[in-house]
Design a protein around this ligand. Structure first.
Ligand SMILES: NC(=O)c1ccc[n+]([C@@H]2O[C@H](COP(=O)([O-])OP(=O)(O)OC[C@H]3O[C@@H](n4cnc5c(N)ncnc54)[C@H](OP(=O)(O)O)[C@@H]3O)[C@@H](O)[C@H]2O)c1
Length: 328
């Protein structure tokens, strides 16, 4: 039986991370949001499930054309590489030229090593600029002649407190990239997806379903994506276009290293997830890529309007009762 009071177990874990006052509060809350400070977080109840996804079901994307936004890094990179290995012709895109080139090479390697002969188109652009989004789609159609799957993955994350002077700037930034650009690109893509009876997969977040202080703006932007997904499933279903989303918890990508005015980083997220996620580890891009491959494949032809958690069970982790407490 665990005899450490719950309050001490919380504080002992919090002591693992010592930060200046403001950052400390933001970071702790942010980690709590990702299910990282739950009542199951003590080292005595540390899970030992460290298996990572090393295998995938081989869905057939031969001759399919997939556009993945935000594919110069992280989850989008993982999705692009995985779908290339499954035979999809891929458009990858982002603002960083060097990183996009590197991902392009990895997609080609992945395609070669699985003998899929998939092609890769690299387009530099900012999804939040309407002209760039239009160019992204037009170039894809010019090059491949059609579009089967749109993966709206590009996104930005920033911790933001209502007390911050730049709160509205952060609101505009996150809603512009995480919501407006998704709605705009989807609108542009619909005529092409209608022709192929294609589908859309949006990359939302567990944040859409789990509120946390100082995470409000990001969470609201992703909650909007969940509702957009479910509503588009109804509106586009009759046109034979499916629309689904994945809702990842913390995934090992550079996104946490980009958060401003914070010491939050990917290594800290991974360390905390190992202690508190029910499966004992942070997610990997391949975990998301596997879920996207399924939702985008014909195997999911009856799946429409789903927001699929890819979270190792962490969305519910705060609800786990500490061992033994109920017997006091
Ligand atoms: N990592 C997580 O724990 C996690 C959890 C839940 C949900 N998500 C969501 O997953 C998605 C991908 O995140 P990630 O973790 O893979 O982050 P990441 O490694 O930082 O990648 C973000 C990608 O989005 C692109 N991007 C951002 N703003 C853009 C813009 N205005 N125009 C064009 N491209 C833009 C970036 O490209 P450039 O930098 O080259 O422009 C990059 O390719 C996001 O929607 C994020 O909210 C992540």
């Amino acid at each position: 039986m665990n005899t450490i009071p719950q309050s001490l177990r919380y504080s002992s874990l919090l002591l693992l991370f010592k930060y200046p006052c403001r950052n400390s509060i933001n970071n702790q809350i942010s980690l709590a949001h990702f299910g990282l400070f739950s009542s199951s977080s003590s080292s005595s109840s540390r899970r030992n499930f460290s298996q990572k996804s090393t295998m995938s079901i081989r869905y057939d994307f031969k001759d399919k054309v997939v556009l993945v936004t935000g594919s110069s890094s992280g989850i989008g990179e993982g999705i692009a590489i995985h779908l290339s290995s499954l035979g999809a012709n891929i458009t990858i895109t982002g603002r960083n030229v060097e990183r996009l080139k590197r991902v392009g090479e990895r997609c080609r390697q992945s395609s070669l090593s699985s003998s899929s002969s998939a092609k890769v188109l690299e387009i530099i652009g900012d999804v939040s600029k309407e002209e760039d989004a239009a160019r992204l789609l037009n170039k894809t159609i010019e090059t491949f002649g059609k579009l089967d799957v749109l993966v709206n993955n590009a996104g930005a994350y920033q911790i933001a407190s209502i007390w911050d002077d730049n709160y509205m700037q952060n609101y505009d930034m996150m809603f512009h990239i995480n919501v407006r650009s998704v709605v705009h690109l989807t609108k542009l893509a619909i005529p092409y997806l209608a022709k192929t009876h294609g589908n859309i997969v949006n990359v939302s977040s567990v944040s859409a379903q789990k509120p946390a202080a100082n995470n409000t703006l990001y969470a609201m932007s992703k909650a909007a994506i969940d509702m957009f997904t479910k509503s588009m499933a109804l509106e586009l279903g009759p046109k034979h276009i499916r629309c689904n989303a994945i809702n990842p918890a913390a995934i090992r990508t550079p996104i946490f290293n980009k958060v401003k005015n914070s010491d939050l980083n990917t290594d800290r997220m991974a360390e905390a997830a190992a202690l508190s996620y029910p499966v004992g580890r942070i997610g990997e891009p391949l975990d998301c890529a596997n879920a996207v491959a399924y939702l985008a494949s014909d195997a999911a032809s009856f799946i429409n309007g789903v927001c699929l958690l890819v979270d190792g069970g962490s969305v519910n982790s705060a609800l786990i009762m500490p061992e033994g407490d109920s017997k006091k």
